[in-house]
Ligand binder design. Structure first.
Ligand code: MRU
Length: 318
């Protein structure tokens, strides 16, 4: 495989490496995810995360495995295990299905070029979403975002955060409000890190501060990403997105979802049918609640289409 470089995933001399996002913003440590078992562990502990990135990372790991071990049966087994690493983001399933189709139609040698193609396509999808979405943002606006949807969540500039970045790079004056995104703080740890590096002005808020911020009139638009878009336009995204969309409707602030077409799931009829990952209790207790306090920890929720102003894909919005 060729050497590849992005903010959070890279290939060097045939080895796949991922920036351990659980350690950001304190430490920048790259972990080896060449072996599918290692990549699965990285994805499951959210060292590698974000819907588009987990698809790209799984494809690169599968290709590296195929280069080292050409046995078709073992490649298929590895693809099935990677595909099942997390349940909600359909980009992972779409990437693995695409790799398996390449294996079936073109053979083992075609897997590395296919994974490289998935990587570069994601970069291009981000660029196109950025251009399309930035057209909705006017000079001087306040924008609120949730979770992390930037270069850490994709191979390119990101989805919702890519839109914000593109508008900023077009010279629009912006101020971004960043939800911290409980319980794992992707907003506070990751989006704040990316915005700092990009020099984009922002204010970090706790998730439960979004209501007063919207009421203050400082936010003109909300941009979020997606993990899966059902056939009826309902959108699964990081837990807290639905509550934010309800608040946005109350305050008449337009709510935009930005995602590549790899996030579409036409076979899933509605949000209620999207599998929602549930994670461990300790993520919510976070060492603060009594040991053993009962916890419910869904990692995602779904937002009904009716609360969304526009879903922005790379080639259209609806
Ligand atoms: O659990 P995570 O951090 O993988 O969740 C990520 C999100 O929910 C993002 O908003 C989504 O994947 C879109 S990222 C471009």
């Amino acid at each position: 495989m060729k050497d590849l470089n992005s903010l959070a995933i890279r290939v060097r001399a045939g080895r796949v490496e991922a920036l351990d996002q659980t350690l950001l913003p304190v430490r920048e440590v790259w972990e080896d995810g060449t072996e599918p078992v290692a990549m699965i562990a990285l994805i499951q502990r959210l060292a590698v995360r974000g819907a588009p990135l987990i698809g790209v990372a799984a494809a690169l790991s599968l290709a590296a495995f195929a280069e080292a071990n050409g046995k078709e049966g073992e490649i298929r087994t590895a693809a099935a295990a990677l595909r099942a690493a997390r349940p909600t983001a359909v980009n992972l399933m779409n990437a693995m299905d695409r790799m398996l189709a390449v294996l079936a139609n073109e053979g083992v040698a075609a897997l590395s070029p296919a994974a490289e193609k998935i990587f570069f396509e994601d970069v291009e999808l981000c660029r196109r979403m950025g251009e399309r979405g930035a057209a909705f943002i006017r000079d001087g606006e306040g924008i609120l975002t949730h979770c992390n949807t930037g270069g850490l969540a994709t191979a390119g500039i990101g989805t919702a955060l890519g839109v914000i970045r593109t508008a900023f790079e077009q010279g629009k004056k912006l101020h971004v409000f960043v939800d911290e995104t409980r319980p794992l703080l992707q907003g506070a740890r990751l989006t704040a890190w990316e915005l700092t590096k990009l020099g984009i002005p922002f204010t970090l808020i706790c998730d439960n501060m979004a209501g007063p911020v919207l009421r203050s009139g400082k936010v003109q638009r909300i941009f979020v990403g997606a993990d899966r878009i059902a056939a009826n336009g309902d959108v699964a995204n990081k837990i807290g997105t639905y509550g934010l969309a309800v608040l946005a409707r109350h305050h008449q602030v337009p709510f935009y979802v930005v995602a590549p077409s790899t996030t579409l799931d036409p076979l899933c009829p509605s949000g209620a049918a999207i599998p929602i990952e549930e994670r461990g209790a300790e993520e919510v207790r976070a060492g603060k609640a009594p040991a053993g306090a009962p916890v419910w920890n869904p990692a995602f929720d779904f937002t009904p289409r009716a609360l969304i102003e526009k879903i922005v894909l790379e080639d259209r919005e609806f």
